[in-house]
Design a protein around this ligand. Structure first.
Ligand SMILES: *Cc1c(COP(=O)(O)O)cnc(C)c1O
Length: 453
């Protein structure tokens, strides 16, 4: 056996459908509410922002949703993505655990995000959309949508959180290479942005603010729609190609995971890996331990409140029930920008409430330490976000060592860190610090949650 075994599925085994966990849940997640009437939103309420095909996917109860042929044809460029056994990492840790990882960094944009960006651009093209606006944190989502826009001839405008815009100039250059326009947020191009800048001219920005700006532009123009890279049901749905492939690949490896690990910002890469496994568990299959790993500086699942809240800071979105730190909470500017979101996907939050998943939070320096250990053993440099999953998997492997048991751990290595080397440089020079969030600011943001009976 070689050190690292790579399981590539036959290209014909790219899934032909996305898997919808809602069909197998014991209870459905709470409805999305209109912020004015507090009544459940209907498809027409969302029509200014999204094409109808995606709105219907947002609310469907069907177990399987067919992946359109043109989307599958594009997926073939990098799917099936490889699944590796991390034998060298196992040796370094001296663990009896079997560690596997699904690697999504092989996509053109370097993360799992193109799995949904391509699908969203396809449905927008079908609906006649000329322009799509969006937000991006670290830049992975923005570059994935920029790439998808280039494939389908759709103009893309990306509002990029200002602190990331400054930290990651090459992500911006990548978006521009694909033909997108990248605007630092808060910007003076929208009312939401101008309102924030009036309070604080050097505001670092947040995903919540950038979402407000992108939604505002999309809502004000007929030929323009909005796209979200995480959180929503249809985004999580598109990511389930990851877990479906992983199930087949684990079978090819003649093994089966006991523990599943993913990092959570809005919850999409985590859901993409775990939903197909969890679905089989709910249909009376094997039971898995499922661990969501989040940053201690923005701990929505472990410290947030399960409540109805806005998805954005400017309060232009509907209300969703989720684990939230409050839509006005501004997390400190740590390096895993993709995890700096105040809320969690409603479906993931629902699973936490049902006790079907666990959550842990880690500080960023511990995550970078894990990422460096991983890179030195396996060669791949993980994205700062992915380092949280690496840290979670390593801790599980060390627990196996302590307990003297051999379990199979599968985690999602959701992206590479080639555009994040400044963060690694900062880590090596000791400039990367663990910034705690402001407890008072959190309390204030939580006390400002909308009142929903
Ligand atoms: C966007 C991103 C995340 C966070 O988003 P999720 O929806 O939670 O997956 C994590 N890792 C990478 C590499 C990302 O690009």
């Amino acid at each position: 056996m070689t050190d690292s075994i790579k399981y590539l599925l036959d290209e014909r085994r790219i899934p032909s459908t996305w898997y919808n966990l809602v069909a197998d849940l014991p209870t459905p997640p709470p409805p999305v509410l209109h912020p004015g009437t507090l009544k459940p939103v209907g498809p027409d309420d969302l029509a200014p922002l999204f094409p109808m095909a995606l709105i219907l996917q947002e609310v469907t109860g069907a177990r399987e949703v067919e992946i359109p042929r043109p989307v599958r044809d594009i997926y073939r460029q990098w799917r099936p993505s490889p699944l590796f056994r991390a034998r060298r990492l196992e040796r370094v840790l001296e663990t009896p655990a079997r560690i596997y990882y699904k690697y999504e960094g092989v996509s053109p944009a370097g993360s799992h995000k193109p799995n949904t960006a391509v699908a969203q651009a396809f449905y927008n093209k079908e609906a006649g959309t000329k322009r799509i606006t969006t937000e991006t944190g670290a830049g992975q989502w923005g570059s994935a949508l920029a790439y998808a826009g280039a494939l389908f001839g759709i103009e893309v405008q990306v509002f990029m959180v200002r602190v990331s815009y400054q930290q990651k100039p090459y992500r911006r250059a990548l978006m521009e290479t694909y033909g997108a326009r990248c605007t630092p947020s808060p910007s003076s191009e929208t009312q939401s942005g101008r309102a924030i800048l009036a309070q604080q001219a050097d505001h670092p920005g947040s995903l919540g603010i950038a979402i407000s700006e992108a939604v505002e532009v999309a809502a004000s123009r007929d030929d323009t729609k909005y796209a979200l890279g995480s959180v929503l049901n249809h985004v999580l749905l598109h990511q389930t190609v990851i877990g479906q492939e992983a199930m087949a690949q684990m079978e090819m490896a003649d093994d089966s995971p006991d523990i599943l690990v993913g990092c959570t910002g809005g919850g999409s890469n985590f859901s993409g890996l775990v939903f197909p496994f969890l679905g089989s568990q709910l249909r009376r299959g094997k039971k898995y331990r499922i661990v969501a790993v989040e940053p201690a500086a923005c701990p929505s699942l472990t410290r947030g409140k399960y409540a109805y809240d806005f998805g954005d800071t400017g309060h232009l979105t509907p209300l969703t029930k989720m684990h939230t730190l409050g839509s006005t909470f501004i997390p400190p500017g740590f390096h895993a920008g993709g995890l700096r979101y105040h809320g969690m996907a409603p479906l993931v939050s629902h699973l936490k409430e049902l006790g079907l998943i666990e959550a842990v939070a880690y500080h960023q320096t511990a995550c970078f330490e894990a990422g460096v250990t991983f890179a030195r053993a396996e060669g791949i440099v993980p994205a700062p976000e992915a380092n949280h999953a690496v840290k979670g998997a390593i801790d599980e492997a060390l627990r196996c060592k302590r307990d003297g048991v051999s379990r199979a751990i599968l985690f999602n290595l959701c992206g590479h860190g080639h555009f994040d080397m400044q963060a690694y440089a900062d880590y090596f020079s000791g400039r990367l610090v663990d910034q705690p969030y402001d407890e008072q600011a959190l309390a204030a943001a939580l006390s400002a949650l909308p009142a929903v009976a």
